[in-house]
Write a protein that binds this ligand. Structure first.
Ligand code: ATP
Ligand code: MG
Length: 248
């Protein structure tokens, strides 16, 4: 469904992506791990076209993402941004239903609101949150509103950038299960970035580790513990000692 071939991206002298190769089969869940600042968020933004790569090819469903109709392309995606990126002047339910209130997916207002409340419930938020503004919510609640928005239009492809960061362990478990369900029941293709190893194990079919601008290791999650890759081992065990330098 998604294929990156030799994708490169630099910001000035900062060579972030130095030839990323990655394949995410349709209906599977890929989790990207890697140190802070290694380019995980940039890689997702390249697929969406929010960041333009300097070189390489990105294909979705066999088509170069630079070709074709942009609106139709984006309509297939849902995205949870790492920083939430909620619209701060819109109440929660209108954030969640944003796409359902305009364009091709436009529904009557009452129906859009109903769908929003149902999606809020799926991320563990009560209906009374619907009419609040994002600033009135805690950080973890805002994250969950972002998640509800990402899944609201039931997209084919969903990107989650740090979906469980800032959530308590129980809520993180709920969100992990939700992501798993979206892939297995709705047949969506998912790419998730996380630092949370319990989340990796709960969500992933396949794992890819980004380090120094390339995919250092990728494989089925069941093979991660026996990868034999010292970078992967250091990362998944959170060791200070190893080939990955702690100062970046
Ligand atoms: N728009 C931008 N302009 C300049 N530099 C950028 C931009 N976006 C990202 N970078 C740089 O690219 C590098 C990778 O950033 P990115 O956000 O992808 O990291 P990350 O792997 O997602 O890290 P984290 O785990 O902390 O979220 C960083 O050095 C960052 O400063
Ligand atoms: Mg990031």
């Amino acid at each position: 469904m998604i294929r990156l071939t030799d994708v490169q991206k630099a910001f000035g002298s900062n060579r972030v992506l130095r030839g990323v190769n990655l394949h995410v089969p349709k209906g599977t869940s890929m989790v990207i791990i890697g140190g802070s600042g290694t380019g995980k968020s940039v890689a997702l933004k390249c697929v969406l076209g929010l960041v333009t790569p300097d070189a390489g090819l990105i294909e979705v469903d066999g088509k170069d993402v630079r070709s074709g109709d942009r609106d139709a392309f984006l309509a297939r995606f849902g995205m949870l941004f790492q920083g939430g990126a909620l619209f701060d002047s819109l109440p929660v339910w209108q954030n969640v239903a944003f796409r359902l209130m305009r364009g091709a997916l436009k529904r009557p207002k009452a129906e859009a609101r109903e769908i929003a409340i149902e999606k809020l419930r799926r991320v563990g938020l009560k209906p009374d949150v619907a009419d609040k503004l994002p600033a009135e919510l805690s950080g973890g609640m805002q994250k969950r509103v972002g998640l509800a928005r990402a899944i609201a239009a039931e997209p084919e492809i969903i990107f989650f950038d740090e979906p469980t960061t800032g959530l308590d362990p129980i809520m993180a478990g709920v969100i992990n299960e939700l992501i798993r369900e979206i892939v297995t029941e709705m047949g969506a293709t998912a790419m998730t970035i996380t630092h949370d190893m319990s989340s990796v194990r709960a969500i992933a079919d396949n794992v890819a580790m980004l380090h120094e601008g390339v995919i250092k290791w990728t494989g089925p999650v069941a093979q991660m513990d026996a990868s034999g890759d010292p970078y992967v081992d250091q990362f998944i065990h959170g060791r200070a000692e190893g080939p990955i330098e702690a100062v970046r």
